[in-house]
Ligand binder design. Structure first.
Ligand code: NAP
Length: 295
């Protein structure tokens, strides 16, 4: 057991990410007390029954009372209202962090509400599944995965170090970058792939009945892998696209141009163009396996 890094941690949102962090913190003795907040009684009861949190509150201001660390782990669209609600109730010196998949919009939504004695350390674990809710979390989720912290010039350096140590203690590797750089990187590695998956699965669901049935039957030929991504939480992904609009549109533009080039190569029978691209992309897959970031 490690020494506790924080006395009391409050999770605003106890779903996949919040409950995975809470489980790992408990398992490794990283904190002494863990409480949570969720809107529905069902989520709160479940989180307490599973032992993820010792107490769960409906009001976020009640949850953060006396906490040394507050983790916002709800869909991004709720961040501004949550920051406003918790700010007056925060203990002086308490650190606020988050796990949102977009960072510039999160900094803009949260930081203006907080007092200067409460540092905000924006974070994003690059780990997850398509499942949601407190029952879907597990303590090993962050093992060997990256967490990106995006402090700004105003962020207290000691608070960043504490949050970094926490993530490392939960098994993650930690990188630091600016919020806007994070958003550009994630637009290509995560947001665009999700948009493509949602589109492909959407196209399939619009097919005529007989064809749609065969899509499910023969899905192991490729379609199945897109459906896993396209099964991700609708509210979370709505908020990601609305809050990372510019970077998503920029990568989408590049993607459309590349897709048009491929379309032309197929029409013109340019096999070399296709083969050269597929050879390059295969190398990327091997690189991901070598970096131990493939499942
Ligand atoms: P999730 O499983 O759906 O959990 C969300 C939690 O937030 C639930 O406990 C929900 O309970 C609660 N909640 C929602 N709105 C709330 C509000 N206004 N006030 C208080 N609680 C609220 O979601 P998740 O997958 O953990 O995602 C949470 C965050 O992590 C998102 O910002 C997402 O961008 C980020 N993230 C997700 C992944 C992933 O793969 N899933 C990976 C990295 C980062 P109630 O509905 O009962 O309120």
């Amino acid at each position: 057991m490690a020494d506790a890094l924080f006395e009391k941690v409050a999770f605003i949102g106890i779903g996949l990410i919040g409950s995975s962090m809470a489980r790992r913190m408990s398992a490794d003795g990283l904190v002494t007390t863990i409480v949570g907040c969720a809107r529905s009684e069902e989520t709160r009861d479940k989180a307490v029954a599973l032992g993820v949190v010792s107490e769960a509150f409906e009001d976020s201001a009640d949850a953060v009372d006396g906490a040394d660390l507050v983790v916002i782990a709800t869909p991004i669209g709720s961040y501004g209202a949550i920051a406003k609600a918790i700010a007056p109730a925060l203990k002086p010196g308490a650190i606020v962090t988050d796990v949102g998949s977009v960072k510039q919009a999160v900094v803009d939504a949260v930081a203006p509400h907080l007092n200067t004695e409460n540092a905000f350390v924006p974070g994003h674990p690059i780990a997850g599944t398509e499942d949601s809710g407190p029952e879907s979390g597990f303590p090993e989720l962050f093992d060997g995965r990256w967490t990106i912290l995006t402090p700004t010039d105003e962020t207290d350096a000691a608070a960043v170090e504490k949050v970094k140590t926490l993530w490392q203690s939960m098994g993650a590797m930690v990188d630091t970058m600016t919020p806007s750089h994070h958003d550009m990187v994630l637009a290509i590695t995560s947001h665009l792939p999700h948009l493509i998956a949602y589109t492909i699965v959407g196209t399939a669901t619009d097919l005529e009945d007989d064809l749609r049935q065969e899509v499910v039957k023969y899905s192991a030929s490729g379609f199945r892998d897109f459906t896993r991504i396209a099964a991700s939480d609708p509210v979370m992904w709505r908020d990601i696209f609305l809050n990372n609009r510019d970077a998503t549109l920029e990568t989408l533009q590049r993607f459309s141009e590349d897709l048009t080039a491929l379309q032309r190569a197929i029409r013109r029978g340019e096999g070399d163009t296709l083969e050269e691209l597929f050879a390059r992309t295969r190398k990327i897959r091997r690189g991901i396996i070598d970096a131990k970031q493939a499942d």
